[in-house]
Design a protein around this ligand. Structure first.
Ligand code: C2O
Length: 543
């Protein structure tokens, strides 16, 4: 195992997209940001130097952060932000996990442009034939406006952000948009096998991804190996990753790669398509006059829930020695978490707020999560500070009702509070995640920091215990860090709280986080010295 050092200069970058030049926040002057490439077991030190005008944090999405909660990164959860002009070294071990993950800013809308791949290679071999080449495909979302302004404006006016202007593949929108001739191009050789590491870094959209004329064999999701799963379309929710093998077995030509929205709600969405080119390498160089055809991938309709659900539930995890696929059968804490959009009391500065009906808010179990402002939760937990949070996050919603109905009167107003759920070290937790439909049904990608979880079952409608249990996969369930809970449906997940610290669980649609679609697990220290959260590093940012 090695010690790997990286430096991230976060600063302004002027970049030209969609016929205009825009100043964005980026790492090392790149969009997407730099790839971090490590082997399982390595220790990573990333020196983040914040030369941007914004206070920010970086999160290492999907990394367990075993005994290194101080490096997890969600703003005001595990740290105060690195102030503009400040710096912080994130130090952590990459143990017991391999595959494709990513890093991103965890404050406001900055992750739109502050993100990049985090690839963990096995120390030995892949559990599938070695690919000839590995390629990262990072799918993103682009606004012409400053993204922090988009976020701020949405929060002031009630929580609905302007729809993005484009999707991107490796930072570029592609030729379906104006002034976007410069596309991402991947050159392939006939007969060779490519491992595509696909990351959904979009803020507010689930995405379909296809390569015309080619099919995929999925071998991993969220950096956990799966049994080989063959498909010609990949579906990802924000936060999720998919590793897929693709053989260059089509007739040599140019082919489109395309990404477009899977819109699980009836609300407005970005209906455009990002494109890139897959290009076979020829003996003779291509002249522009002899450009071969570029067949377009026929994309699923934006509302094609059947295709999305088939992909989300299709792959199963690969059971093999060393792959953590043994589902714990004894559960010590069971929770029913109903979440979605709803109404809360108006905040003073909110513009679109009806005094009797209230304002749009998002919640879990009727608690709209409030971020602390003067000290991070982790520091408050570590120091035993009083008055920052309470430990009464409820085990179930205040009222059980028909969660698939949109009758606003049925759900109580949400409360705004900083409530956490305390867990004993090493206990097994089972969560029913029930999506609610009060202000529209949509799939919410629920992401848990600090752990992977088993997805035992998921379906549409209201959760029913006996039906759900009959569906449980206790043999080879998916292991994920982000589950797209079906629109108007539920999922049951299980995890072992084997990591002391505080860990946020939230919707990975970026707008829903500041609206409160989150809660936090506070995991106590364990009995032995290898289960005690160490003190914060000396350069730990304070507020
Ligand atoms: Cu990828 Cu809390 O985030």
């Amino acid at each position: 195992a090695k010690i790997i050092l990286r430096t991230f200069h976060v600063g302004n970058l002027t970049i030209s997209r969609l016929c205009q030049s825009t100043v964005i926040t980026a790492v090392n002057g790149k969009l997407p940001g730099p790839t971090i490439d490590v082997h399982e077991g390595d220790t990573l030190l990333v020196h983040v130097i914040n030369e941007s005008p914004y206070d920010l944090t970086i999160h290492w999405h999907g990394i367990f952060q075993k005994l290194s909660a101080w490096a997890d990164g969600p703003n005001m959860i595990t740290q105060c932000p690195i102030q503009s002009g400040g710096s912080y070294v994130y130090r952590f071990n990459v143990m017991g996990q391999e595959g494709t993950l990513w890093w991103h800013a965890h404050v406001s809308y900055l992750r739109a442009t502050v993100h990049g791949p985090l690839i963990i290679r096995p120390r030995e071999a892949y559990p599938f034939p070695k690919p000839d080449k590995e390629v990262t495909i990072i799918l993103g979302e682009w606004w012409k406006d400053n993204v922090v302004d988009v976020d701020t404006q949405a929060l002031l006016t009630g929580g609905v952000p302007n729809i993005s202007d484009a999707f991107t593949i490796n930072g570029k929108p592609g030729d379906q948009y104006e002034c976007s001739k410069d596309m991402y191009r991947l050159t392939v050789y006939s007969g060779k096998t490519y491992l595509l590491r696909i990351i959904n870094a979009a803020l507010d959209h689930q995405l379909f991804f296809k390569v015309a004329g080619h099919s995929f064999t999925v071998v991993a999701i969220d950096a956990t190996y799966t049994n080989p799963y063959t498909t010609d379309v990949i579906v990802t929710a924000p936060g999720q990753t998919v590793d897929a093998l693709m053989i260059a077995d089509a007739s040599p030509s140019l082919y489109y790669m395309s990404a477009r929205a899977y819109a699980s709600s009836k609300g407005a969405y970005n209906n455009s398509t990002a494109t890139a080119i897959l290009q076979y390498n020829y003996n003779t160089s291509l002249s522009s006059s002899s450009q071969p055809l570029k067949p377009k991938a026929s994309m699923p309709a934006a509302t094609d829930t059947d295709t999305a659900h088939r992909f989300y539930t299709g792959p199963t995890s690969l059971v093999r020695p060393g792959n953590p696929t043994t589902v714990p059968l004894e559960v010590s804490t069971r929770m029913f978490v109903a979440f979605g959009l709803g109404l809360a009391t108006c905040q003073p500065q909110q513009l679109l707020c009806n005094q009797t009906r209230g304002a749009l808010a998002a919640s879990m179990n009727n608690v709209s999560f409030q971020f602390p402002t003067s000290i991070s939760l982790l520091e408050a937990h570590y120091r035993g500070a009083n008055g920052v949070y309470t430990t009464d996050f409820p085990n179930k919603p205040a009222v059980l009702y028909d969660f698939t109905s949109n009758k606003i009167g049925m759900a109580p107003f949400t409360e705004k509070a900083t409530k956490v759920k305390r867990l004993r070290y090493n206990e097994t937790v089972e969560l029913v995640l029930q999506n609610t439909a009060i202000l529209g049904t949509e799939s919410h990608p629920i992401h848990l920091h600090g752990f992977n979880f088993f997805v035992l079952a998921q379906d549409f409608g209201n959760y029913e215990e006996s039906k759900a249990r009959a569906m449980y996969n206790l043999v080879d369930p998916q292991v994920r860090n982000t589950v797209a809970v079906p629109a108007g449906g539920w999922a049951v997940i299980r995890f072992v709280a084997n990591n002391p610290g505080v860990w946020i669980m939230h919707c990975h649609l970026d707008m829903h986080l500041p609206m409160g679609l989150a809660t936090v697990f506070e995991v106590e220290d364990g009995p032995t010295s290898d289960a005690i959260l160490p003190p914060p590093p000396s350069d730990f940012p304070i507020c």
